[in-house]
Design a protein around this ligand. Structure first.
Ligand code: F6R
Length: 247
């Protein structure tokens, strides 16, 4: 695993954007796995800036997002489709027809999940998967459990995740209780993984994920088995790894 320690959020965002831009420059028709949440926003802004300056183009890139709330249409301002459009896709030269987010409105959830995995397979898998991490160690919406998930699936969100995401909704009651998420198979089969993390509140879960036992109780710990992980974080988020002597 490569660990890149950055002084602050802005530096972390630029480094993460560098890794993503390098992937796109080296393979212009690559498949990017993308994440939502607060952490990647700065990297997305940086990528948009570079694209607008002509330093990188996304015209042949295909993207698959990790997850989507169940029951929110793409037009809802808290849906992850809306997030991706407003934070990245609207600002770069990507063909939106080549951007995929699970359909949270699908009536047949199992069919939607199966089709999502089939599409990733047809693409030949993901070249670079971007990940954030939840305070409970979730990646995508793969929450702590007694087993690792496999394919794309519909999950019940934990109280911790509902609490964490309530900040984006008018009321906690408005936060959807279920989400569709890519499973561990597609994430672990990605040729490269880039995790971004920021803030002291993530230090303990980062330490547990990368220095603790590999267990579905800490879903991100499975990344210890991935051969090509780059972790880009600010000093506060990586403080636990420093204590363990990893950086
Ligand atoms: C989002 C996702 C989640 C977030 C995680 C961290 O697509 O898959 O796993 O990456 O909840 O979110 P932030 O970055 O808001 O702390």
């Amino acid at each position: 695993m490569r660990i890149i320690v950055c002084p602050d959020y802005n530096a972390m965002s630029r480094q993460a954007a560098n890794v993503i831009a390098a992937q796109v420059i080296m393979k212009p028709d690559c498949v990017l796995g993308l994440a939502t949440g607060s952490t990647p926003v700065g990297a997305y802004q940086q990528l948009a800036k570079w694209q607008q300056q002509g330093d990188v183009t996304f015209k042949d890139v295909r993207t698959v997002n990790l997850d989507e709330y169940r029951g929110l249409p793409g037009t809802h301002d808290q849906s992850y489709r809306y997030f991706m459009n407003t934070n990245l896709f609207d600002h770069i030269d990507i063909d939106k027809a080549n951007t995929y987010v699970p359909n949270g409105m699908a009536e047949d959830v199992d069919a939607e999940c199966a089709a999502y995995d089939e599409r990733i397979q047809e693409f030949g898998g993901i070249d670079l998967q971007l990940l954030g991490i939840g305070h409970d160690g979730h990646i995508g919406f793969n929450e702590p459990a007694d087993h690792f998930s496999c394919g794309t699936n519909c999950v019940e969100l934990t109280d911790m995740t509902i609490d964490a995401n309530a900040r984006f909704f008018a009321n906690r009651d408005d936060v959807p209780r279920q989400a569709l998420t890519m499973g561990m198979q597609a994430i672990m089969q990605a040729k490269a993984v880039l995790m971004v993390v920021s803030g002291a509140d993530k230090a303990e879960i980062i330490r547990k994920s990368f220095c603790g036992p590999i267990t579905p109780e800490v879903p991100a710990s499975i990344l210890q088995l991935h051969p090509n992980v780059t972790l880009v974080g600010d000093e506060a988020a990586l403080a636990g790894l420093k204590e363990e002597g990893l950086v």
